[in-house]
Write a protein that binds this ligand. Structure first.
Ligand code: 5GP
Ligand code: ZN
Length: 121
């Protein structure tokens, strides 16, 4: 089934609570947690619980799920201390593939914010 975990996927294990993480949010489809190696004062990841390897794996059937991630991101960003738009804000990054900088092959959305220095990195 689509909910099957990939046995060697670290983010499947995090979503299942089998590897500890600092949880930001959870529902039946999505899990969010702080990045272990943050690039900025606010840096968390939103993942589908379902193992989708990357953006390149998406089909039309995933449109609603991806929409939920994208509408959840701004809500969680404010909860995690990002200041409101337009003075505040954050970056949303989805690294895809080797040349796209993707290291973990379970789709994840970075939400990165906090006061600038980091912003143009
Ligand atoms: P990518 O380069 O694939 O877009 O980003 C993977 C991100 O996952 C990196 O920012 C990395 O710090 C984070 N990460 C990798 N392993 C773990 C882990 O075990 N726990 C947490 N919380 N973050 C992780
Ligand atoms: Zn996975």
């Amino acid at each position: 089934t689509p909910m099957d975990k990939h046995p060697d996927c670290i983010f499947c294990k995090i979503a299942a609570g089998e590897i500890p993480s600092r949880k930001v949010y959870e529902d039946d489809e999505l899990f969010a947690f702080h990045d272990i190696s943050p690039w900025a004062p606010v840096h968390f990841l939103i993942i589908p619980k379902q193992h989708i390897p990357s953006m390149a794996s998406l089909t039309d059937a995933d449109a609603a799920l991806m929409g939920r991630i994208m509408t959840l991101a701004p809500q969680l960003a404010l909860e995690q201390g990002c200041e409101p738009y337009p003075q505040g804000g954050y970056r949303i990054v989805i690294n895809t593939g080797e040349q796209g900088g993707q290291e973990v092959h379970h789709l994840h959305v970075h939400v990165i914010g906090g006061p600038r220095p980091w912003a143009k990195g």
